[in-house]
Design a binder for this molecule. Sequence first.
Ligand SMILES: NC(=O)C1=CN([C@@H]2O[C@H](COP(=O)(O)OP(=O)(O)OC[C@H]3O[C@@H](n4cnc5c(N)ncnc54)[C@H](O)[C@@H]3O)[C@@H](O)[C@H]2O)[C@@H](O)CC1
Ligand SMILES: [K+]
Length: 499
Amino acid sequence: MELLTPAEMDRADLLTIAGGSSGFALMLHAGRHVAQAAMELAEPGPILVIAGPGNNGGDGLIAATELVALGRTVHVMLLGERDALKGDAAMAAREWKGPLLPFLTQSIGSPALIVDALFGSGLNRPVKDQALEIIEAVNHSGVPVLAVDLPSGINGATGAVMGAAIRARETVTFFRRKIGHLLLPGRLHCGKVRLVDIGIEPAVLDEIRPQAFENDPDLWLPDFPVPRADGHKYGRGHAVVVSGELSQTGAARLAARGALRAGAGLVTVASPRDALAVNAAALTAVMVRPVDTADELGAMLADRRFNAVGIGPGAGIGEATQGKVLAALAAGPAVVLDADALTSFAGQPEALFEAIKSTSNPQVVLTPHEGEFPRLFSDMSNKNPLRSKLERVRVAAQRSGAVVLLKGADTVVAAPDGRAAIACNAPPWLATAGSGDVLTGIIAGLLAQRVPAFEAACIGVWMHGEAACEAGPGLIAEDLTETLPAVHRRVYDELGVEY
Ligand SMILES: NC(=O)C1=CN([C@@H]2O[C@H](COP(=O)(O)OP(=O)(O)OC[C@H]3O[C@@H](n4cnc5c(N)ncnc54)[C@H](O)[C@@H]3O)[C@@H](O)[C@H]2O)[C@@H](O)CC1
Ligand SMILES: [K+]
């Protein structure tokens, strides 16, 4: 499903109003949904609504009015003067007939539930002073919080905490989720996100054309590779994984098994001669072929049946790996570059980007983690707070000409054309040795089946997260390939494919 920036949400709102609805009608829907969620969440006892000076506060005031009508005791605190409210929020305030408590921490008390309607998508600067004190006091109170639209203090476009932010049990948001609901740390502040319809027609999206999506099957289901009943393994591509030296061959084997489990028809490990015996002894369905140099790799890949290559896990950092990367890009299969393949270009990323842009087959995926990312994009480390993770990955994709996948609990995949997907299905135990190697292999396996690079990266990330959920806590990288069949079955169920 699409993810919106606050600016895009404002457009959705304006297009709906231009189509004949009133802004206040949207607010009434929003406030009623919030009240409904509050009824479900709140134990018996009073409910405190903390309202801010904009339309997020307006939603809160409508919810307060509705909750009283539903028989609840409701207290309201408002930041600023009632008379200072404008537009729809002023209309909402006229609906609220009760008193307003002073905007002080002492007013919080110990309600059954707090409805956080302080700031939503209009947050445009760090919270300070009174608002900051209230947010911190709410977080310390231990009272469950229902956030309206966004937990106050979370930037809807970036997920950043602007000074301080509410930690909500649940968040009710409208029409479509916002990017800040998925990117960290925002996601951690939202609790469960409830998406409700407030009367905005999905057709407005035709005009807005959002370019960010949640990474879930809705996004790529038609591209998911399903073997044909009349097909054979040669029709499902042949992935090559480049192995490192004798002492570090395990990573390539993990990747190779990932490629096979992702559905590649055939997988070959291109192994240095001195590691051949080790690789061959430890592999069964995966084949092994001696490849020491970039020239040898290039010669192997001249056979176009090898249609996808994964390089990086355990590859070693330096000129030898650089050479193999350039040979793979020149030969024209789809390519996924990870780990040492990326680090080998630290300090000279332009050489890599040039090679990517001049490849005859522009199906290239880069899969850095936050440590590797600034080795290629030195101005965009996560220490640089000027850009969100989404923006950083988009710029990286545009600059490199490749699909870029930046790993993390909120893995972002972006294509050079601006499309981007944010994942939220990875469990914390997925962060374990070797799990990135398996991801590289899964993506290589999908590329081998001719899934386009952006979709291959998205599907790979999603399957990897699902496989980890399936394996559960205590996961080691080897488990991921073994739980992948269950993930395939889940996708087949969604596709309605029998097995
Ligand atoms: N766009 C839409 O389609 C709809 C929006 N609605 C609500 O309207 C909200 C957006 O309303 P607004 O644009 O009025 O924005 P908000 O209500 O989120 O906040 C804007 C107000 O807060 C102030 N403010 C911003 N940052 C501050 C800070 N750090 N410290 C102190 N004051 C600060 C601004 O000066 C302004 O007065 C949404 O989050 C949603 O809850 C709903 O009513 C339904 C429809
Ligand atoms: K809020």
